[in-house]
Design a protein. Structure first.
Length: 98
């Protein structure tokens, strides 16, 4: 899989979940996969809120420790992303990597 572009967005540092949702809505519709690298607490809140009320949603034991990856599947298009529009596929913690 080839990387089509890398965008550095300074607002990801110490931002809130609502701003992250606005950013996701601006992603090009032809992009099937994106990787958001950000900072807490906003990124963790964003992931949890995006998967609210969905199977695979986070519980109180899930959190974004440093270098944790949350794999999510969005139901619909980027520009239509809303709270609860995604499901969490997997939490990958650094300690679990080989």
């Amino acid at each position: 899989m080839a990387v089509t572009s890398v965008v550095s967005e300074p607002l990801l540092y110490h931002t809130d979940s609502a701003t992250l949702l606005e950013l996701v809505r601006t992603f090009p519709p032809n992009e099937k996969r994106v990787l958001i690298v950000g900072h807490n607490p906003g990124l963790e809140q964003f992931a949890i809120r995006l998967a609210e009320s969905q199977s695979g949603a986070a519980d109180e034991s899930d959190h974004l420790a440093t270098a944790t990856l949350v794999v999510m599947r969005l139901n619909g298009n980027w520009n239509g992303a809303t709270w609860g529009a995604a499901s969490i596929v997997e939490w990958i913690y650094p300690r679990d990597l080989p």
